[in-house]
Design a protein around this ligand. Sequence first.
Ligand code: F1P
Length: 610
Amino acid sequence: MCGIVGAVAQRDVKDILLEGLRRLEYRGYDSAGIAVVDKKGELNRIRKVGNVAELRDACQGQDLSGATGIAHTRWATHGGVTEQNAHPHVSEGKLVIVHNGIIENHAELRQLLESKGYTFTSDTDTEVMLHQIHEDLKQTGDLLKAVQTTVKKLHGAYGTVVYEVNNPERLIVARSGSPLVIGLGIGENFVASDQFSLQPVTNRFQYLEEGDIAELTREQVRVFDPTGKEVERDQFESDISHESDGKGEYRHHMLKEIHEQPTAIRNTLQDRILELTIVDSVFGEDASALLKKVEHVQIVACGTSYHSGLVARYWLEQYANVSCSVEIASEIRYRKSFVHKNALFVTISQSGETADTLAALRLAKSQGYMTSLAICNVPNSSLVRESDLCFMTKAGAEIGVASTKAFTTQLVGLLMLVAALGQSKGIAANVIKQITNALHSLPSKIEESLALSDEIEKLAEEFADKQHSLFLGRGEQYPIAMEGALKLKEISYIHAEAYAAGELKHGPLALIDADMPIIVVAPNNELLEKLKSNVEEVRARGGILYVFADKHAQFESDETMRVIDVPNTDDIIAPIVYTIPLQLLSYYVAIIKGTDVDQPRNLAKSVTVE
Ligand code: F1P
């Protein structure tokens, strides 16, 4: 979603801002803009509908020199995708702003501001916030005080950076519900939506907490809490190399990330499993004592991360003998839900900034859960900082909007949670051994699955003219079918639905015809015979099947059924292994359809608004 970069320096900041925006592209956006104040005090602003490269082209030959500036990628919420609605916005030539989030009471504030003579040039809630700050600046005479006054009048979420054209050596930054990180330099300071954006200029960072307002000058950063008291926020050094954002030999980030899975999983496992046990501290220092008391696990997440939670429910109940419920964050946060005794509240998120998941965690804290655990890929993200325990997935930066390596490493983390809970509850040592052995074998099994690439690339041609598709699975492969369907719709725009295979005759059988490919996930497990009956039900009605199966499952290819041999694995890790061919299928179908694989239309990587 929207991305922010800001800089106050002694050197020209245009290229830093444009590169920062480029590195935020993965979040998803529809327009971009930049505003810099030059040495003469003139404000130069350029905005463009389209991508950052188009903004960069538009900046060519323009005088955008200047040591203070802000830039933005916008993902439209209020107001269409137009240049007028793109950020930065300017109030009467004096104040400049960029903003992420949604101001819910924008309509009433807009009316008041219009009655005071402010003219609006866009349909955005951001411009409302800007004029309100301007109004409060007139009353208070100081931009920091003005922002402190304005935020008290706002309902909603914001990460924002604002500065005065006639005093450009000071950026005021405010955060509530939308992430912002400060990048600390020598004689220069920066702010951005995430640290990845600033990695070319600094590796020292400071996260703002909810409600913080900060003042950035070249020489210092001062942070104030919501009461206006000056506070210290922790600084840390990042060890992530800024080179890690390239596509290397791959055509898309998504394909690179699919192929990175064996390494990502090795990194996730490293030093965390011994031969027969899970290292106690992987979930945090106090984890083992807390896990011993857990009687129920409540998992909450969105999108792909939600699917990993659904798999974990099967695992937790089967292998750790712990009851588990899984819910979409945007649902649980708006209903009265039951809190089990000694319940562990688990959030799963690649970004750690998903607004609904974060809100659900904050709600859970007031509801009497015993403790909270975040399974997350981004260190220092809001979810990690606000949870009692955490498990970092160590997948490395994931740039493609459609999540791949983050998902499989989440599953690894969840399987380790199953083993850790099982261990603390004294379940049979051979089950723990089965899990740890299976995890050890996982990277090489994934490598074997990746070898199916060429076969799947050819198969994808058969999907090019299809409008709809159905994914079937049973047991813990049902959520994998759901994830396969989600991948296909996200990046190829083919309508895809997933069903538990046993549900077919309760409705979806009516859809079956030769134009509706049916993708079946069929490992050689105890549900195989049941699944085979479901496959026959489809065949009898003229459906064309694509069966991803263990070769021992004895499916035969013929004119109505294509069988793709997936490596034979231990049942426990089969959901992770079967994910790979489905990722490849959606990727190659998207290539044939010519869609924007890494940034599919209308989607955002980090969903920081609800
Ligand atoms: C959840 C999610 C992703 C999806 C897309 C939009 O994000 O649904 O699974 O791929 O990027 O957001 P997160 O909470 O896992 O960061």
